[in-house]
Design a protein around this ligand. Structure first.
Ligand code: MN
Length: 266
């Protein structure tokens, strides 16, 4: 079949699917069948039997001034920038457990980045800063694990960061804490200690209020580039003193108001 016939055939098939109504509904009106299963990514919700379905994972880069400087940029000049991890990069870590986190392939410089994660219950485009936090369902503590050598190498070559940032298991995260259960009544996490220890030794220590762009500002900015939706989660950036781990290291992350997150590199 030549290219033109292929095009004609696939256009006809598409027309047929559209004529049938909606391509995602089975003929009998039930759920469409697929030849294999793809697991949905969900996170437990503290205090609830329900789970939080994860739609997209957004991450902001260089959002604490001292970290921006250690990465070689000027924190006073750069607008925020974002990247994504695939949804199934999530590694759920239950409260009170230490999860085995595999040292990934290809890297010789594997770094931790401890971050506050905001989880959205709704979204939109061009969200005003003043309304941004209304879209936040809750918060979690997470690690934005990074193959730093590959991230830097790709950056140096002006190539995409995926191999350094968006690989399997690169997003260890605890359960979602709904805003409603964080304090007496509605309370958002905007300040408080953020600290990462490796083998009991403090490596990262800062305050959430040191963010260059607040969670509300991140939501406003992101929504100019993407239509945000319920289920999106946003890694809000890491403080300074990111650094390498080796197999056997135990990482414990702390953010005031949330339970600790603990992983062992294996
Ligand atoms: Mn990060």
């Amino acid at each position: 079949m030549d290219r033109r016939s292929i095009l004609r055939t696939s256009t006809a098939a598409l027309g047929g699917a559209l004529a049938a109504g909606c391509a995602s509904v089975a003929a009998d009106g039930g759920s469409p069948r697929s030849p294999f299963k793809v697991a949905a990514v969900t996170l437990p919700i503290v205090g609830s039997a329900e789970v939080f379905p994860v739609r997209r994972i957004y991450c902001i880069g260089r959002n604490y001034a001292a970290h921006a400087r250690e990465m070689g940029s000027d924190p006073t000049r750069e607008p925020p920038f974002f990247f994504q991890k695939p949804t199934d990069a999530v590694q759920y870590v239950a409260i009170g457990t230490t999860a085995d986190h595999p040292y990934p392939s290809l890297t010789k410089n594997y770094h931790y980045e401890l971050e506050l994660v905001a989880a959205l219950k709704s979204g939109g485009k061009n969200i005003p800063i003043e309304q941004a936090l209304q879209h936040v369902y809750g918060y979690a503590i997470g690690l934005d694990m990074t193959r730093r050598d590959l991230q830097r190498g790709m950056g140096d070559q002006k190539k995409p960061w995926e191999i350094g940032k968006s690989f399997d298991m690169s997003a260890p995260i605890g359960p979602i804490h709904p805003v409603a259960v964080l304090g007496n009544g509605a309370q958002h996490i905007t300040k408080g200690k953020i600290e990462l220890k490796v083998n009991g030794q403090t490596k990262q220590l800062a305050d959430l209020s040191y963010m260059i762009w607040s969670v509300a500002e991140q939501i406003a900015q992101l929504s100019q580039a993407f239509e945000l939706k319920a289920g999106d989660i946003i890694y809000s950036g890491t403080p300074e003193n990111v650094g390498p781990v080796v197999k056997g290291d135990v990482l414990v992350g702390h953010i005031d108001g949330l339970p600790e997150l603990s992983v062992r590199i294996v």
